[in-house]
Design a protein around this ligand. Structure first.
Ligand code: HPA
Ligand code: ZN
Length: 332
């Protein structure tokens, strides 16, 4: 079955490049850049893996994730990080990736946005040329920072949207205390300036279903990241199915961040039966113990989808991707 799942033309829509920072690369970059990690940071790869098995919730993970990214300094670091992910995803049979990054997490440490985007852009190009995969960059705003900071970030990223280097906007970090409507201006400002930009937001991971509805209504997103709590509103479920709004689900992440105890508790069968499109993704694979194929395997062992059902899931992922129709036709 693993080979069947590997060979499916999988698209990944929910992976944070900073969340692909494997402990081995983290320690290598810390040494290369003379970074001293805080004394309470795990001291070895094994200690990291142990700590990563024990996140209490999203915030506990995020506290670690922001320290982890402090080893990324130079353009080559961002390139190496992204290229490692693209190679790993390719080995899993992932043919198209839409990847998040958090520029504010770097700019606030004094790293110019240009350094971040240039390294990631170069990796996207190389992955396309060397591996044949297609890739899109999605800039995320950190919702624990003020919207004014988000507006500044959008202004500084404008040249990259203009040049088609960045394709989308997302919203991540601590969800519950920072509801989507706080960022209405940010989303509107970017969309007014670049009408072709694609919009998404994390919603309904720890927040309830109103976070999903408000992301759709106030931010005008066309995709929802996570969205598991949509299951608690029949009206919302019907809306998602009718309008084919795709949820980018992250099963192993939901277990590691204590959203559910086991993947079997996720409403994946419910979404499939209700016609709510979803893709299956890794979120922060270096922290949550598995890349895209591991997530597919977890879903398969719990839900036992038939080959026909898997074909439907994969087709929904292709249809919900932000690549052009030509590429979609190639992938189908
Ligand atoms: N949720 C919110 N913010 C994040 C996540 C997540 O799972 N991963 C990285 N930033
Ligand atoms: Zn995420």
């Amino acid at each position: 079955m693993t080979e069947f799942l590997r060979e499916l033309p999988k698209c990944e829509h929910h992976v944070h490049l900073e969340g692909t920072l494997e402990p081995s690369l983290l320690f290598q970059l810390a040494e290369r850049n003379n970074i001293t990690l805080p004394s309470n940071f795990p001291a070895s790869v094994a200690a990291c893996n142990e700590r990563y098995n024990n996140f209490a919730d999203l915030q506990d993970f995020l506290d670690h994730y922001y320290v982890g990214m402090s080893v990324l300094i130079k353009e080559d670091d961002f390139y190496d990080l992204a290229m490692e992910y693209f190679k790993r995803a390719h080995a899993d049979g992932c043919v198209h990736s839409e990847v998040f990054f958090d520029p504010q997490g770097h700019v606030e440490r004094g790293i110019p946005i240009h350094t971040v985007v240039s390294g990631f852009e170069r990796a996207c190009k190389d992955a396309n040329e060397k591996l044949g995969t297609t890739n899109k960059l999605i800039m995320c705003l950190l919702r624990h920072l003020p919207a004014a900071d988000g507006l500044q970030t959008i202004a500084s990223a404008a040249p990259y949207y203009q040049a088609g280097v960045i394709h989308g906007l997302g919203l991540d970090s601590a969800e519950k205390p920072f509801p989507p409507e706080l960022f209405t201006d940010c989303y509107k400002t970017l969309k007014d300036q670049f009408p072709h930009v694609n919009l998404t937001a994390h919603a309904g991971e720890e927040g309830d279903h109103t976070y999903v509805t408000n992301s759709l209504n106030k931010l005008n997103v066309t995709r929802i990241d996570h969205g598991v709590n949509s299951q608690h509103s029949d009206e919302l479920m019907a809306h998602l199915a009718e309008n084919q709004v795709m949820l980018s689900l992250c099963p192993m992440s939901n277990v590691k961040l204590q959203v559910v105890k086991d993947v079997s508790e996720l409403p994946i069968r419910k979404f499939l039966d209700a016609g709510v499109p979803f893709s299956i993704n890794s979120d922060d694979p270096a922290y949550f113990g598995g890349y895209i194929l591991d997530n597919y395997i977890h879903v398969h062992t719990r839900f036992g989808f038939t080959p026909k059902e898997w074909t439907k899931v994969v087709l929904n992922g292709i249809n919900g991707s932000w690549c052009d129709e030509h590429r979609k036709a190639e992938l189908r």
